[in-house]
Design a protein around this ligand. Structure first.
Ligand code: ATP
Length: 261
């Protein structure tokens, strides 16, 4: 019997929550009965060994994957049946690999296009630039917030990978999200640059609630306020970084496994 009924009633402090979220493929259970709450303004990490179901969970939050059972709530609203685009309009954003999106465009052009898309104006992108003064200003503000102003006029594909990841975050922020979901935002980039990416994430407005998957424990320790540990598709435990890092069960199943590929 459920003793915590808060998950069932809208709570203004909860940006996103799930109830009994489950994903099965045939007899394989990738996510099992996940009850999760992301408070407004959270910096929350999901960790767990390979195949634990982290990406599957995020994919059900964004609408990329339909759950087999369970529900996803944005604030108090059940968005389980909403398609991905609709969830984006309601404030759930995730990052996409930039090179698949806007090949050949500069940083400024890419962010501008994302803002025009949000405003339903993307089909007018070829209008004279002065017709988009407000959107250009917004794009430049966003680019500045992410420390990308030196690269504003450069083609995205020519940037260092760390900068490309930041452009991807800028594009997600251009949708004006309430919630930002990041699946390994520093994957594939050199260690120095990954710290820069996370420092920028840490500086994002506090009303944007952030949930991220990250394998680097030092980054998780530095940049999360709370951690959920997934193992075999189930929540093993959840808590503050120090609590999680010293939990013998976590050390055994995750930290003790000798690293991650
Ligand atoms: N479409 C699918 N059909 C069947 N099994 C799948 C499918 N997608 C993922 N899986 C399996 O579900 C399990 C969980 O995958 P998921 O990518 O969510 O794990 P993860 O925790 O993100 O792993 P990693 O850390 O390696 O990225 C894996 O065993 C994976 O092989």
């Amino acid at each position: 019997m459920r003793t915590d009924t808060s998950i069932l009633s809208p709570d203004a402090n909860i940006a996103l929550s799930t109830e009994g979220l489950t994903k099965v493929w045939g007899s394989f259970v990738a996510n099992s009965d996940i009850n999760f709450q992301l408070p407004v303004g959270a910096r929350h990490a999901i960790i767990g060994p390979n195949g634990a179901g982290k990406t599957t969970f995020i994919n059900m939050l964004t609408g990329v994957l339909p759950p087999s059972s369970g529900r996803v709530f944005l604030g108090g609203e059940d968005v389980t049946a909403d398609a991905q685009e609709r969830r984006v309009r309601k404030g759930i954003a995730r990052t996409f690999q930039i090179n698949n999106l806007f090949p050949g465009l500069t940083v400024l052009e890419s962010v501008l296009l994302a803002i025009l898309e949000r405003k339903g104006m993307a089909q007018h992108w070829f209008r004279p630039l002065n017709a988009h003064a407000a959107e250009i200003e917004e794009a430049l503000d966003l680019i500045t917030d992410l420390g990308l102003e030196p690269q504003a006029g450069e083609e995205v594909k020519t940037l260092a990978y760390g900068k490309q990841r930041l452009v991807e975050i800028a594009l997600a922020l251009a949708t004006r999200p309430r919630i930002l979901l990041l699946d390994e935002p520093a994957a594939g980039i050199p260690a120095g640059e990954s710290t820069e990416v996370f420092s920028v994430i840490a500086r994002l407005p506090s009303d944007v609630s952030i949930l991220f998957i990250e394998h680097d424990m030092e980054l998780v320790r530095r940049f999360s306020q709370r951690i959920t540990v997934l193992v075999g598709g189930k929540v093993l435990t959840e808590g503050a970084p120090d609590e999680i890092m010293s939990d013998p069960r976590v050390r055994e199943v995750y930290l003790g496994e000798g690293g991650h590929d």
